[in-house]
Design a protein around this ligand. Structure first.
Ligand SMILES: [Zn+2]
Ligand SMILES: [Zn+2]
Length: 344
């Protein structure tokens, strides 16, 4: 089969490799769409501790089940999407149903081959956990592939208790930041301040109905949040960009009693950030992380996409055939795109 292989940092090439076998009680998918995630870009540029090169990345996948490994609970021929978490099923976190916090988590597209290929092999454990989710056939694969990042956003906002009447700042207006804006609007957030340092990104993000857009390269976003909220700060801040500076700003934007999500990971060599922890102490801030999602979030994400509640057509800004994956990574790294989808 054809696959987009990351051969060395910064070099992805299309090659013929062996088509994977369908594991017993697992599945084999014919991949129709795989979106380029910020984490794929990070691995492409800087490498990843779990990724041995050469490797096939990609975990935001939509495809068709072509083999079902003898499972009676999985129908061949249906469209599916997935969460790439292969959890152990027996650690304390798995037993609590928090498969995304599994102590022995294996990630499809990191530890094992991912979706930038014609076929991808799905381990049985991913299906047992409920992470392989059917998608109505009227949803196009380019949109279905966005259920995974949208599921992560739903998980993140659940952990933040985003609720009716909140005010919110979102720092970083890539696809994830724009999804946060769109989801927050649906949850009844009354004022959204959207921040980025790229004028291009800010332009694209204007389609997502934040109330105030701030170019942090030109204006002080903390000052603007301050003025917009009468000096109070916002109830919720989401940092959706790989920037320690943005994490610092987030603590300064939060109202007392506010909730702050460090939603985006930082490059693993650059994740030490010096924060004014007194802002957390005196402000009684709640700082939360967010990683991956639960099956319920993927199911809900598929519903939101299928019913048009979240404008995924605005999020999937580019589609490239697998043969053009190198170009797809270039465009994904540029500021002109939100999600770039590879279509094998
Ligand atoms: Zn992702
Ligand atoms: Zn586990």
């Amino acid at each position: 089969m054809k696959a987009g292989v990351l051969e060395s940092m910064g070099t992805v090439v299309v090659r013929e490799i062996d088509r994977p076998a369908c594991p017993g009680r697992g599945a084999l998918l014919r991949v129709h769409a795989c979106a380029i995630c910020g984490s794929d870009l990070r691995t492409f540029r800087y490498g990843h501790r779990a990724v041995q090169l050469p490797h096939v990345l990609g975990h935001e996948i939509a495809g068709t089940v072509v083999e079902s490994g003898g499972r009676e609970d999985l129908e061949e021929g249906i469209q599916v999407t997935l969460c790439p978490a292969v959890s152990c099923g027996v650690c304390a976190n798995c037993r609590a149903g928090r498969f995304n916090r599994c102590d022995r988590l294996i990630a499809l597209g990191e530890d094992i081959p991912g979706g930038f290929a014609e076929y991808v092999s799905i381990p049985p454990r991913l299906i047992d956990a409920g992470y392989l989710v059917p998608v109505p056939s009227n949803v196009c694969p380019e949109h279905a592939a966005l259920a995974e990042p949208l599921g992560c956003v739903l998980n993140g906002q659940e952990l933040l208790d985003v609720t009716l009447g909140d005010t919110m700042a979102v720092i970083g207006l890539g696809a994830i930041g724009c999804m946060h804006v769109a989801v927050a609007r649906k949850r009844g957030v009354r004022q959204i301040i959207a921040v980025d340092i790229s004028p291009t990104r800010l332009d694209i993000a204007r389609g997502f109905e934040a109330d105030i857009y701030v170019n942090a390269a030109e204006e002080d976003p903390v000052g603007i949040v301050d003025r917009a909220t009468g000096g109070r700060g916002v109830d919720v801040v989401v940092v959706a960009c790989p920037s320690g500076e943005a994490q610092k700003q987030a603590l300064n934007m939060a109202a007392k009693g506010g909730r702050v999500s460090f939603f985006g990971g930082l490059p693993h060599r650059d994740s030490q950030v010096s924060l004014d922890t007194n802002l957390i102490h005196y402000g009684e801030l709640r700082v939360v992380g967010a990683f991956g999602s639960l099956p319920v979030h993927i199911v809900r994400a598929v519903d939101l996409i299928a019913t048009g509640a979240i404008p995924v057509d605005q999020l999937a800004t580019h589609v490239f055939p697998l043969d053009d994956i190198a170009r797809a990574f270039e465009v994904a790294a540029s500021e002109d795109s939100l999600r770039v989808v590879v279509s094998p």
